[in-house]
Design a protein around this ligand. Structure first.
Ligand code: GLN
Length: 188
């Protein structure tokens, strides 16, 4: 399979390595012509959602990716990527793709010191290590959104159709389980 990884800012290289370690092809989406090729799934990495959102528009990537997500292309949004997918942000009028019917609170675990690791059970995936880096969490999810995991009582992973939104960073651990699950959606 060929997976496009949005590579305008943030932790994209780690996602590419995960996809390649699992025997699939990853390519970087940096400019409009990168989107002329066929691909089977999209990863929106962690980083700074305000910067990524701005670059998506300035580089003319926004509309094409928005259309692909709306048409059902499997997408994995981690951390800032989750913020890009969210229909609503808590206390903020900004909406990026707005395709995932959840309300996300940015920097919910604190600005600088809010980075930590834990272990949790994720539906369809099993128990895995979770790494949070200035992470958001999902304050509420509409009916029809499957809650895949909670951490400390907060929702930290959801699935809605082919969209997976998670507030932690699976790409910075050795555990490939989240990417394997995402790739299973891309094959289906
Ligand atoms: N706090 C960042 C944001 O709001 C997300 C953090 C991350 O992706 N590690 O964009």
């Amino acid at each position: 399979m060929r997976i496009g990884v949005l590579a305008v800012q943030g932790a994209f290289i780690e996602h590419e390595r995960m996809i390649e370690a699992l025997g699939h092809e990853a390519f970087e989406i940096r400019q409009k012509r990168d989107l002329e090729q066929e691909f089977d799934g999209l990863i929106l990495p962690g980083g700074e959602s305000t910067v990524i959102g701005k670059l998506l528009r300035e580089l003319d990537l926004f509309d094409i990716l928005h259309k692909k997500i709306r048409e059902g292309m499997p997408v994995l949004g981690t951390c800032a990527g989750l913020i890009l997918l969210a229909e609503k942000l808590s206390g903020d009028d900004t909406v990026h793709f707005g395709t995932l019917p959840v309300t996300v609170k940015r920097n919910a675990y604190g600005r600088q010191l809010g980075s930590f690791q834990t272990v949790a059970e994720i539906a369809h995936i099993g128990e895995i290590p979770l790494t949070f880096i200035r992470a958001p969490y999902i304050e509420c999810a509409d009916d029809g959104v499957e809650i895949l995991a909670k951490g400390d009582g907060n929702i930290v992973a959801v699935q809605y159709g082919n969209q997976i939104g998670i507030s932690f960073h699976p790409e910075v651990t050795d555990c490939t389980a989240v990417h394997e699950y995402f790739l299973s959606l891309c094959t289906a």
